[in-house]
Design a binder for this molecule. Sequence first.
Ligand code: BES
Ligand code: ZN
Length: 458
Amino acid sequence: MYRKTLTAILAAGLALSSGMLPAEAENHVSNEQSDHAFDNKVIKKIDSENMYQHIEVLSQQPREAGTDGEWQGVQYIKEQFESFGYETEIQPFEFNKGFERGTPSIALNGNDFAGDVHTFTGSVNAEVEAPLVYVGLASAGEVGDEVAGKIALIERGEISFYDKIQNVMDKGAVGVIMFNREGTTGNQFGGIYEGQDIPAVAITREAGLELVDRLATEEVTATVSVEGASYIKGTSHNVIAKKKPHPNKDNGQIVMVGAHHDSVSVGPGANDDASGVAAVLELARVMANTPTDTELRFATYGAEEKGLVGSYNYAYSLSDEEVQNIVGHFQLDMVGSRDAGELIMFTPDGEKNLVTDYGAAAGARVSETVPYGQLGRSDHVPFFERGIPAALFIHAPLEPWYHGPEDTIDKISKEKLQDVGEIVGAAVYQIARPDTPALENANVAPGPVEYDFDDRPL
Ligand code: BES
Ligand code: ZN
């Protein structure tokens, strides 16, 4: 429903500035309901039935990155964009689908270690020989200069693998042996990240505690070796559809709307994120014949669930000039669950930006002012990192079906889809409409609204 902004629109002289015919303008002024509001040409066309049908098609099977399920989804999305008249591109890229652990080994004072050794996911191939030093849980406070040039023996637990390894590397460690946490018997764990280029291996808790005892009475020189480890690469795809503005009205700006089309392996991802894809497709359909002065780019990303890989690829393939010209990226992820909470806009730094400003205003125009909060975890992050205003539109708290086999079409709410489609549509149109030549000088509503930070649980 139309709420706050009509007076503002009229005060700003919308009827004239938007180039409406006098009769329309008259009609507009005389009717204070949403039926005749200025951006209805977009909002009224958005149809949740279309979005629901897209989800129905896309959620017939999982769409895990690199699988045939993803590829079928990609084909469907491309066909849809093309049917609306968009120039559409499929961009392939590689991602890490698995890890071949090769042959890890440990020797202690020249003797082969008796227990099982497991390569950390991501470990480099290397052999290092150096004194072994025990650093407890390897929290920053525990690790001193004594690990410089040595191999760190670390207990698992309390802080992340990343932080433990970074803490010992910061002090100059050359290798890592980690033993498992209390209450465990196995040694299949551990990951090390890009830039952490020392060999890292895992052993059982029992073997680790024995080594701790031994180090209390004797100096031990360890050899840690990983050979033949490597990532197994898969191929995933982004789908990008572009619409150029009217050539005489091109203001050089670009606005992007994105979602991820891949799902986790165990479920069909009806809400995560066929819902976002469906909204992107519906907005693309509605905007296809709407004149704009701004280039529109609709994108669906692959391998989001593997670490935002598709959106990182895309965001870092943009030239500096394109980055300058992209005024906002609207990310739609999990926007249709019957069982989730209310709409919120998340930014990686918890600060408002152009996207949240327009989203909040459009929310007030369509249904409810939308609050903002702080969260990464989706494809808005790489755009944010490139300095582009970006926000994630999502309902929170989350539904219980998140990342499970029950994330299916029967849990999808057409009302939620409709609301998000209208809000994002109104926001995008507000940026792209030809009668708002500069965003800063926009003289038509939705005008700015007050909106709050919200730290509700996920
Ligand atoms: N749709 C989720 C993101 C999400 C989850 C947002 C929960 C808000 C609450 C997304 O598809 C996802 O699962 N992302 C991954 C992150 C990625 C880097 C693998 C996640 O959050 O685990
Ligand atoms: Zn998602």
